[in-house]
Design a protein. Structure first.
Length: 523
RNA sequence: GGCCCGUUCGUCUAAGGGUUAGGACACCACCCUUUCACGGUGGUGAUACGAGUUCGAAUCUCGUACGGGCUACCA
């Protein structure tokens, strides 16, 4: 399907008369990974582009998997990334509550309606009975039997049991679940905004549980009910949901009407080195997978996030946006405003994308290079302070940042790249100096010290001129003493121009460092 | 196994049937730089395979292969 005609058709068929409303609906079970943040991003960009609302809904219907702190953590991640919702459990909104655990009663009513209309039924099978069914029906051809239209006839449910027995079981508070009754022979199809026409045969879809024995809904019921009640117009989610979409479509048909159903878009997966990125492998890839660091409250295990690794939020959303989307030009660096302006769901790729950490680093480096020193100042200051370095003068810090930012891939690189501005080097790269050290150089630096001591114009270009004059007078090539001078001030073969460094650390400190290094070189 | 989705340089991707298949990351070389970077120039490198439709296919159709996802009282 061609992207442009497609977009035009959407415009005609779905005049934007309804206000655009989209949602991100995570379950608070742990760290928020790359794919999750990208889903947030695409939701956010789409909503802002169409002057709509972005809603955060917490899908906490699985009490067994609930993790304390995970909800607050999700808020923190969205705040850091600059993708804050318009409505959420925290700030509220017209369509609350936004936590599914607080909406339990609502789902029960819809489940009851489905039963009344014959689209769902009570199932009394115990977990042990289900396990036995899977074991008994397992064959080579069918390694994982489902609770489907053929199997349900052999199980204990309100379809197979006499009505009065069902009544009796219910009256006795027997544990039960409510399952959808999938039609035996129906083709369910829909038009996905990214992949076009997709269809399924209901005969091969199982009777999914809608309401669990603890009274909580499963995702399948909750997503449909809440998307309707919260007036969601476009539903974006990961491709892993595609196989259960027929269940959701049928529920829409039975409950609220297909005309009111949101437009679906199933986003391609972000792959790690071995398939789908997994939260559980968070630490094993050699690169972060979570937006921010996450500590598992049970094991105490810490997984470092992009933020703590030293990524700028601007770079993070930029690289995520480009993982599966592009604007058709060769532009790769986008601000958030540009993304809002240019994003379109039709240009999202349908194929999965393998995450490339090298490219991610490039994006971050680009963003660091483009930022003004003043913008990076507080981050760098916090970094240095955290390492015990007192930063007293913002003007000098800004000069330092401007000098070293081209050399920093991560925010955290600012430490190694600028520590010598604050502290005399503790170690010298002696291999770069000693083999070629001689008396002439020794004499040169002795004279340089005398010259510097009398110097009243401590500007980089003056220092450079003086340096070269003394070299010439001593019949030394400046190049032969420039590297030793750098090692004296920095400790290693890296960093901005030496005279810029000397200017910033000042006359006194420069002379001290030369003297100190001279001892190390000759010792 | 079944169902669904996908497949252009190693990676992310462009290319509305007609291009020497373009860009970016990474890699290599050179230039700039008396350090390291930045920057600049150039290079290696791809339409999975097979049929069909067409004057002409990366592009449309079918098949095959490969990859991924789903197949829970998880989301």
């Amino acid at each position: 399907m061609l992207p442009y005609p497609c977009a035009i058709i959407h415009l005609y068929l779905q005049p934007m008369s309804k206000k655009v409303r989209v949602r991100f609906a995570p379950s608070p079970t742990g760290g928020l990974h790359l794919g999750g943040v990208r889903t947030v991003l695409y939701n956010y960009l789409f909503a802002k582009k169409h002057h709509g609302d972005f809603i955060l809904r917490i899908e906490d219907t699985d009490q067994a998997r609930y993790v304390a702190g995970a909800e607050q953590y999700i808020f923190d991640c969205l705040k850091w990334a600059g993708l804050e919702p318009d409505e959420s459990p925290k700030q509220g909104g017209e369509y609350g509550p936004y936590r599914q655990s607080e909406r339990k009663e609502i789902y029960r009513q819809y489940a009851a309606q489905l039963i009344k209309d014959g689209h769902a039924y009570y199932a009394f099978d115990t977990p042990e009975e289900l396990e036995k069914m899977r074991e008994d029906f397992k064959t080579e051809q069918n390694p994982s039997p489902q609770y489907d239209h053929s199997v349900r006839q052999k199980m204990r449910n309100s379809l197979t049991l006499p009505a009065d027995e069902v009544k009796k079981l219910l009256a006795a508070n027997t544990r039960y679940v409510i399952r959808i009754r999938m039609p035996e022979n129906e083709i369910v199809s829909f038009s996905d905004m990214i992949r076009g026409e997709v269809s399924f045969d209901t005969a091969v879809v199982d009777d999914k549980v809608l309401l669990k024995a603890d009274g909580m809904p499963t995702y399948h019921l909750a997503v449909v009910v809440d998307d309707h009640l919260m007036k969601i117009t476009h539903a974006f989610r990961g491709e892993e949901w595609l196989p259960s979409t027929p269940v959701h479509i049928l529920l829409w048909k039975y409950l609220f009407g297909l005309n009111n159903m949101p437009q679906w878009a199933h986003l391609p997966l972000i792959l790690g080195p071995n398939g789908k990125l997994s939260k559980r492998d968070g630490a094993k890839y050699g690169f972060p997978v979570f937006a921010m660091s996450w500590t598992d409250p049970k094991t105490g295990e810490l997984t470092e996030g992009f933020k703590e690794k030293g990524f700028l939020p601007e770079a993070f959303i930029n690289l995520l946006a480009l993982l599966g989307w592009n604007d058709g030009t060769e532009q790769e660096i986008f601000t958030k405003d540009e993304l809002i302006e240019k994003f379109s769901i039709e240009r999202v790729h349908s194929g999965g994308a393998k995450f490339d950490y090298e490219k991610a680093k490039w994006f971050n480096h680009e963003w660091i290079k483009r930022k003004e020193a003043g913008y990076l100042r507080s981050e760098v200051k916090d970094l240095m302070t955290g390492k015990g370095i007192a930063v007293t003068d913002d003007n000098i810090l800004d000069k330092i940042i401007a000098l070293v930012k081209d050399r920093c891939t991560f925010l955290t690189d600012f430490y190694d790249q600028s520590i010598f501005f604050f502290r005399s080097p503790e170690q010298y790269d002696l291999n770069a100096v000693k083999p070629k050290w001689n008396d002439a150089k020794q004499l040169f630096f002795a004279e340089l010290i005398r010259n510097f001591e009398l110097n009243n114009d401590w500007a980089a270009h003056t220092l450079e001129n003086n340096f070269k004059e003394i070299a010439a007078a001593n019949h030394i090539k400046p190049g032969d003493v420039l590297l030793p001078f750098r090692i004296m001030l920095v400790g290693g073969k890296f960093g901005p121009g030496v005279f810029d460094i000397a200017e910033i650390i000042g006359k006194e400190e420069t002379i001290i460092r030369i003297k100190k290094a001279l001892e190390a070189f000759t010792g």
